[in-house]
Write a protein that binds this ligand. Sequence first.
Ligand code: ADP
Ligand code: MG
Length: 622
Amino acid sequence: MSVEQHGFKAEVEQLLQLMIHSVYSNREVFLRELLSNAADALDKARFLSLTDGELLPAGHDEPGIRLTVDADTRTVVLEDDGVGMSREEAVANLGTIAHSGTKAFLQAAKDGEKSDLPGLIGQFGVGFYAVFMVADEVVVESMSAQPGAGGVRWSSQGAGSYEVGPYAAEHRGTRITITLREDAAEFADDGAIRRIVKEHSNYLGWPILLGEDRINRGKALWAESPSEVSDEEANEFYRMLSFDFEEPLVRVHLRVDTPLQYSAMLFVPRSRPYDLFMPQADRGPRLYAKRVLIEEHASELLPDWLRFLKGVVDSEDIQLNVSREMVQKTPVVRTIRDALVKRVLKELGRLAGGDEEAQAKYTTFWRAFGMLLKEGYYHDSSRFGDRLLPLLRFGHTGGDADALVSLEAYKEAMPEGQDAIWYITAPSRSAALASPHLEGFRGKGWDVLVLTDPVDEWLVQTLTEFEGVELKSVARGEIALDDDETSEAKEAIQGLAPWMAGVLADAVEGVRTSARLTDSPAVLVDDESAISSNMERILKQANQDVPEAKRWLEINPKHPLIQGLSSLQKAGQEEDAKAVVSLVYDGARLADGSAEDLPGIAKRITQMLTKSVSAGSAGSEA
Ligand code: ADP
Ligand code: MG
């Protein structure tokens, strides 16, 4: 077949421009990317030879990755015994961006500061094109393991286009020859290569050879006894696995022999990965069966709410030749999954209930991933609720902005007379603290949990009590905070609420007096059975249809405005009283952000002010 020239796809071109023209401090990660591709190709070959049968033979008895460097010609050569590529595969795989990390990298590079790029390169797996940070020219010679598929020679200088032509070899695998740029000559050096491999690829599951020497450790760290794995080794393994440049926050390593045989090493990252809330992102640990990689992302091995975990699971009890659909259905997976969840929650519980240092670690965890545990409680409370409850943390009015409290601590601190765990849901802490709903609680000195994650609205639907104490919203239903003074005040304005309910019949479910307030004249309250106004807001933001829920207007019998209104109504000045009622209702809607007809409200305020000003001037004339 002939040699052809092809142009790169537009986004590859963009990425290549970044690679070629920016100055990166850690260009050495190019080697990590190429080695990881070689290891993937070796994994695939091993998998295929166990399941599909006939493959072209590898070039070496012990399959692995071989590196050669030549300082004189400034070349680095990588050879692997993996699956290789056919011509079509080379065009498809090396000419377009398939890898989601690469796309995300491009986006982050566009959004971010130029100076952040070196960090980003380390964080995202940027893939094959990273080689153009150091290369003048790259030649990929590859022979597919599928008999008859043929070989390919792919070459490019990075700018604009690449060439593909035929290539013939006796054995499968890929050789990549890199001619280094003058300013990257340092990488054509044995010592440099050893150092980089040790730093980034030490735990790759295949031998990496430099000449006769094996330069990586290359064993399955997870299969070793947990007590024999050092933090350094584990962290290095994590870095290779996750491309995260921070150390992991928590590590869970387990080896189980009965009733099933498996080992797992899972990590909690220190901060939120960029794709945590992208629905299409890859989830789940790597799944091996007897050291053979079955799935890069085995999402069925952990519930979605533990999607922040990175790691590896290796089982002796999963058959190599089962399809992914089958893997999902086997009871083995279900058993391993439950065991992993329990172990991870146990480890988090150990931190949450540990000494000061452990608790600080837990707080870091909670700030990054707490909302996912709430998601977990919502979805899986029947199975893991008991283990999740002690892990939940909340902001609260009793603490400063950063303070978190557990349900247990809240409950223990409850003063006598308080019989519920009170919470407020709001878009932010400041919105919550400004809410009139808290006035009565402040007056009593009762603590209120401040729930500001969208997921909280779902959480409180499932989490309705804790150790026999009900969880209640301060914005919902009737609240008995009455004292003698309030009762007298209520007495004095008797009849006002029912009359107001008539005036506002179209707008509210009803009107009642309450002790919820100390400073404000009135507040809107969610009906006991209706959806909360915060939930309504969240659903509207997500463009969902929201059922219109009418709310209660509660009036404050101790407020002079309400007392004055009562006198007007009793004196039979109905028109004036109705105008005041409208404004009281407007004020309550303005206070909680639910007012929509702002021009109408402005008009009513103007009318009322005009009237009071002219009444004032009429008075002074007399
Ligand atoms: P990713 O590894 O995330 O898929 P890369 O940009 O690193 O993205 O690689 C792109 C693709 O090129 C790989 O998915 C693979 O199909 C192919 N490829 C790269 N290197 C090799 C290799 N050494 N052997 C076989 N295929 C390879
Ligand atoms: Mg890759």
